[in-house]
Design a protein around this ligand. Structure first.
Ligand code: PEP
Length: 255
């Protein structure tokens, strides 16, 4: 499968970290380190940091995204933020279905699908997270779990809209644990995801879809992971909070 048919994307997920001033400082430090990268560079930041991050990133190759969005356009959903709201403030990327949202905030494949639909309707690019629990890997059902997550999350998404979808394979046991999937494990599941996309759409859409790996990717292991034929960059948590480490990962995806 030809990697040149799709763009590698390195996206940071800051989770619930950094104040606006801290966001500004780290982006100022990152800018010269990631300038000229041959991959897309995105930072998904807490809602309150978006404005400061956009200002700090202006004129650079760093794009700013959000970490979630609700499925309704507006209404009585205290504490939530809608896709049109994100679009209105110039956000282009949004993470949907992160395992921490599924684990701590009751997200299901069905609500993930609703959020994906809303994001697409607002013209946002979705970073859709899927991945198995440790128990599911031990039981040997990783492929079934991930295939099903992908199918449900993409319900009602057209082949044309797939241009706005990035998939991040994130084994839950590897997120924030320091335990990374091996390059072979990451490539195997990413390949299976590409097969599902081929079944749902066609071979062209499958070949053009960016499929990242995420889960304790860092400055040391990134090069081997992103070199895999079906791994098109990464979704980076902890290491995206350090300018130097994040830039090493960006460079690894740029070769
Ligand atoms: C993530 O939050 O998506 C993630 C992959 O985190 P970490 O890199 O810290 O494992």
């Amino acid at each position: 499968m030809d990697k040149s048919l799709r763009k590698a994307v390195i996206a940071g997920n800051w989770k619930m970290n950094k104040t606006p001033d801290e966001a500004k400082a780290i982006i100022e430090a990152m800018k010269p380190l990631v300038a000229g990268a041959d991959c897309d560079v995105v930072l998904c930041v807490p809602y309150v940091d978006i404005f400061a991050a956009q200002q700090a990133a202006a004129g650079s190759n760093i794009q700013i995204g959000a970490e979630n969005c609700h499925w309704a356009e507006s209404g009585a959903f205290t504490g939530e933020v809608s896709a049109p709201m994100l679009k209105a403030i110039g956000v282009q990327y949004v993470i949907i279905g992160h395992s921490e949202r599924r684990q701590y905030f009751g997200e299901t494949d069905e609500t993930v699908n609703k959020r994906v639909r809303a994001a697409l309707d607002s013209g946002l690019t979705v970073i859709l997270c899927v991945g198995e629990l440790l128990d599911q890997r031990k039981k040997g059902i990783t492929m079934e779990v991930v295939r099903s997550q992908v199918k449900v999350a993409l319900g009602g998404v057209s082949a044309d809209e797939m241009k706005q979808i990035i998939i991040a394979y994130e084994p839950v046991w590897a997120i924030g644990t320091g335990e990374t999937a091996t390059a072979e494990q990451a490539n195997e599941v990413n390949h299976a995801i590409r097969e599902v996309i081929g079944e749902l759409y066609n071979a062209d859409v499958a070949a053009a879809t960016t499929i990242q790996y995420g889960g304790s990717m860092n400055a040391k292991n990134a090069a081997e992971l992103v070199a895999q034929v079906d791994v098109d960059g990464g979704l980076i948590g902890g290491a995206s909070l350090k300018a130097e480490d994040f830039s090493v990962i960006v460079k690894a995806a740029s070769v």
